[in-house]
Design a protein around this ligand. Structure first.
Ligand code: NAP
Length: 251
């Protein structure tokens, strides 16, 4: 039982957090919040980034892994060693998912290999390393439940990631496993679009989403910190959308 002198804590002091995808976007937001909460934070992605190029990564340890490569994932987690909280935000580059009626299935295979099996691989090789009170947090997106024309691979992969987290909440208990389902978040992921298109999307979001603004990485990071520190939440999908799920989505 919690007493008045034992208020719930959001502290990660003494904990080690690994964020796969943690050098950009939502992952970087989560890595920063975990660092601010007192954790040692490892950011992992396909490249080691020099501090000359990215001085803002100075507070983090870096690990190199391509989550589509099982041997690389196994080796990276073996090198990281015991830790407390796994977060997987990494996803294949936007637009690489292929269409349902493509001439072959190379696009969808590559996307599923990255988003779904990549998350699976990270979970598989992290699981034996997690300490008491450990957690895993995955990322899906609103398309898990609101399909859009042309995004069948994304919807299917997001739904699979959510199913994986529920299943692992049972299989790996008492390790807690959850998924955050973000709405539109302004990150570098959208940089493939011209600036005026992105500005138009943000305006549309501000006009229509109940939160009246576009999501920021920090909004998702706040939710991730909650999932890492609340001892009784597991097997959950947490919508962090500014209310996008209640109104007509953008795009
Ligand atoms: N932003 C949004 O509006 C939004 C909305 C709904 C859902 N989401 C979901 O949220 C997640 C994160 O989005 P984001 O905006 O943070 O994206 P992001 O800024 O593009 O970040 C993706 C990260 O994944 C890493 N990565 C890509 N492929 C990898 C691989 N094979 N192995 C290891 N790392 C890899 C990249 O680093 P390297 O290039 O260094 O490998 C990058 O740091 C995604 O799963 C996305 O589907 C985002």
């Amino acid at each position: 039982m919690t007493t008045a002198s034992q208020a719930p804590s959001l502290s990660l002091t003494g904990k080690k957090v690994v964020v796969v995808g943690g050098k950009t976007g939502i992952g970087l937001g989560i890595a920063r919040v975990a660092l601010a909460a007192g954790a040692t934070v490892v950011v992992a992605s396909r490249r080691i980034t020099s501090l000359e190029a990215r001085p803002d990564l100075a507070g983090f340890q870096q690990a190199n892994l391509d989550m589509r490569d099982e041997a690389a994932v196994r080796a990276a987690f073996a090198a990281i060693g015991p830790f407390d909280h796994l977060v997987v935000t990494a996803a294949p580059d936007i637009g690489t998912w292929g269409g349902f009626m493509d001439a072959d299935m190379s696009g969808v295979r590559s996307y599923v290999e990255g988003k779904f099996l990549g998350t699976w691989a990270c979970a598989r090789y992290a699981a034996p390393l997690l300490g008491k009170g450990g957690t895993m947090t995955f990322l899906s997106g609103g398309m898990a439940v609101r399909p859009k024309l042309g995004f069948t691979a994304v919807t299917s992969s997001f739904a699979a990631v959510e199913a994986l987290s529920a299943s692992l909440a049972v299989e790996l208990a008492p390790t807690r496993v959850n998924t955050i389902r973000p709405g539109y978040v302004e990150t570098d992921m959208w940089n493939f679009l011209p600036a005026e298109v992105r500005a138009g999307m943000s305006q549309q979001v501000a006009a229509s989403f109940p939160a009246r603004r576009a999501g920021q990485a920090e909004d998702i990071a706040h939710a991730a910190l909650f999932l890492m520190t609340n001892p009784y939440v597991t097997g959950t999908v947490l919508d962090v959308t500014g209310g996008e799920n209640l109104v007509n989505s953008i795009g």
